[in-house]
Write a new protein. Structure first.
Length: 364
């Protein structure tokens, strides 16, 4: 894949998206048009994240102008009834924190730190995990949180307060102990007794079953653990990231684009999740950047294989759809957002392309 000829095409697509998406908060594209979804929803940071990456790559102020208000709009949800939860990292890292890192904006810093405080406040001391979701699910932890740990690790460095790092590492250690199986596959949800922290059961969640391997969850896990290693340099997180990545690569040896779950029943064998693919590609480059040169090829080549397959078979770079990637799977067990464009799939596709163009700054 020749990135120097591909990148301008991607940039042109994002320019088209700016015109078409306007002030919408895009989440799902079902028939060529993105919806306009709730700002407190976990996906609201991804479109501005695409814009911040474009800004960082080009320094064209068109992108920062369109991205600028998002952290303030998302923050405003804190002042009303909202459903913010474990995924605030997905919302504030690609908006507030990215803005602060790229422009020095003090409000971005403040909002990022406020979100980190909120996330740290979800820590369950008895079970050493960040609780998932809200409502009655007091003892639930989920693999998606792995990607949100970067918010705590950033805050720890930003204000030199190791409490945030302690909470992130404690949660990551719980992931190592309870989520990642010996074969490198990963559970989606683990339920703990919220008072004692004792393990109760694992649940299928967005995966096929409690014993299955939801492909986006595998990608969240190894990308997330690679991030934790980048911040902490504790070898066990890199080892875990590699183990899960190896499982993912084995499952995608024939076709680099994963099924929505690697252990589904026969009937589902054609259903892909391109968002798992793009997140995995970004995570594989992360691992490649963290291991010695002779090891890095394996991960970088697989990321390239994924990007080539996505670009040839699933990417729409013309005006015919607002989203970039077709055939994302949001939540198959709930039959929600199946075979659609997903803004997080698009985000990680752009992020991976930037990384392949040697972009060295990081959002997660
Ligand atoms: N964080 C929810 C998901 O991956 O679908």
């Amino acid at each position: 894949m020749d990135m120097t000829t591909f990148w301008p095409l991607l940039q042109k697509k994002v320019d088209t998206m700016i015109e078409r998406i306007g002030s919408k908060s895009p989440h799902v594209d079902k028939e060529g048009v993105y919806d306009d979804f709730r700002l407190d929803w976990w996906t609201s940071g991804f479109w501005p994240g695409i814009l911040w990456i474009m800004y960082d790559m080009t320094k064209d102020e068109k992108y920062s102008r369109h991205a600028w208000e998002w952290d303030s709009k998302i923050e405003a949800c804190f002042l009303q009834e909202n459903n913010f939860h474990h995924d605030v990292g997905f919302q504030f890292l690609p908006t507030a924190v990215a803005k602060y890192r790229m422009t020095g904006d003090k409000d971005g810093r403040r909002r990022g730190l406020q979100a980190a405080n909120f996330l740290a406040g979800r820590f369950n001391l008895a079970g050493r995990f960040l609780r998932a979701w809200n409502q009655e699910k007091h003892g639930w932890a989920i693999i998606d949180s792995s990607m949100n740990l970067s918010l705590l690790l950033w805050a720890a460095e930003e204000i030199a307060d190791s409490r945030f790092k302690q909470a992130a590492m404690a949660h990551a250690d719980t992931v190592l102990e309870y989520f990642i199986r010996n074969d490198g596959s990963v559970r989606h949800i683990v339920s703990f007794d919220p008072d004692t922290g004792a393990f109760l059961e694992s649940l299928g969640g967005q995966g096929y079953s409690p014993t299955s391997a939801w492909s986006r969850g595998q990608a969240w896990a190894f990308h997330g653990m690679a991030n934790v290693y980048r911040y902490t340099r504790e070898q066990r997180y890199l080892d875990a990231a590699k183990r899960v990545a190896h499982y993912f690569m084995a499952q995608t040896a024939v076709d680099p684009i994963p099924l929505w779950d690697f252990r589904t029943g026969d009937a589902d064998l054609q259903l892909k999740d391109t968002s798992a693919a793009s997140c995995a590609a970004s995570g594989l480059i992360e691992i490649a950047d963290l291991v010695p040169g002779e090891e890095a090829h394996l991960y970088r080549n697989q990321a390239l294989r994924i990007m080539e397959a996505l670009t040839e078979r699933y990417a729409v770079l013309d005006h015919s759809r607002e989203s970039i990637l077709r055939e994302g799977t949001g939540n198959k067990p709930a039959e929600q957002n199946v075979n659609v464009g997903l803004i997080y799939g698009d985000y990680f596709y752009v992020e991976t392309a930037a990384k392949l163009m040697n972009w060295k700054n990081r959002i997660f």
